[in-house]
Design a binder for this molecule. Structure first.
Ligand SMILES: CC(C)(COP(=O)(O)OP(=O)(O)OC[C@H]1O[C@@H](n2cnc3c(N)ncnc32)[C@H](O)[C@@H]1OP(=O)(O)O)[C@@H](O)C(=O)NCCC(=O)NCCS
Length: 176
């Protein structure tokens, strides 16, 4: 008999490369994961289509429960920029965020990638925890600098986004 309280019996989400048909579901998932910025559905569709090789969707019984949008920087092929990470409430706390990030970095599209970058606002504890954990896994530090600032870039409509850089020192561990 199934016992949902037993973590050994919780099914693992399946990870895969998205396709354009996933755009609308990803839009719904991102909207449900506050405090993520809501994008237009068209933006998520483009991510799923043009940036599919560096994005990942996680599904549990056919439902989208996890998502990372990322891209290799157009002016720097050694840097993967992580745009958004979303895990639905029901799938949180089981390492899915870090697992999805590792799955992107293992792909051939990331063969030349030597570091990841993302931006995080000071108050996003979950995001700091997720990337802090990933940095530890890589025997690396988080280099942190204010980047898109509240006053200069956001006209006081959004908190300052700090640029976080994590060097991939332990690429072999991505295969684990
Ligand atoms: C951030 C998010 C993607 C994490 O997903 P997840 O699959 O639950 O993450 P993990 O299970 O890999 O947890 C990573 C670490 O973060 C910690 N963490 C998760 N949520 C946290 C929170 N709200 N506050 C503090 N720490 C948190 C976990 O405890 C874990 O550390 P541990 O293994 O040492 O205990 C998910 O909470 C989410 O979608 N949040 C809303 C959207 C968001 O803020 N996205 C930005 C993330 S870049």
């Amino acid at each position: 008999m199934q016992n949902p309280a037993d973590p050994r019996q919780i099914a693992l989400p399946a990870l895969r490369t998205p396709s354009s048909e996933d755009g609308a579901r990803i839009w719904e998932l991102v909207r449900s994961c506050r405090p993520l910025d809501e994008n237009s559905m068209y933006c998520n569709l483009l991510q799923c289509d043009h940036f599919a090789d560096t994005c990942v969707i996680a599904e549990l019984s056919g439902e989208a429960v996890g998502w990372i949008s990322a891209y290799v920087m157009p002016n720097d092929p050694e840097t993967l920029f992580v745009w958004q990470v979303a895990v639905s409430e029901k799938a949180r706390g089981r390492g899915l965020g870090a697992l999805m990030l590792q799955s992107i970095l293992r792909r051939s599209a990331c063969r030349g990638v030597k570091r990841i970058q993302t931006t995080i606002t000071a108050d996003n504890d979950a995001s700091w925890a997720l990337f802090g954990k990933f940095a530890k896994l890589q025997d690396s530090q988080m280099d942190i600098q204010p980047y898109y600032t509240q006053a200069l870039h956001f006209q006081d409509r959004h908190k300052t986004e700090n640029l976080v850089t994590i060097a991939l020192r332990a690429r072999a561990r991505l295969a684990a």
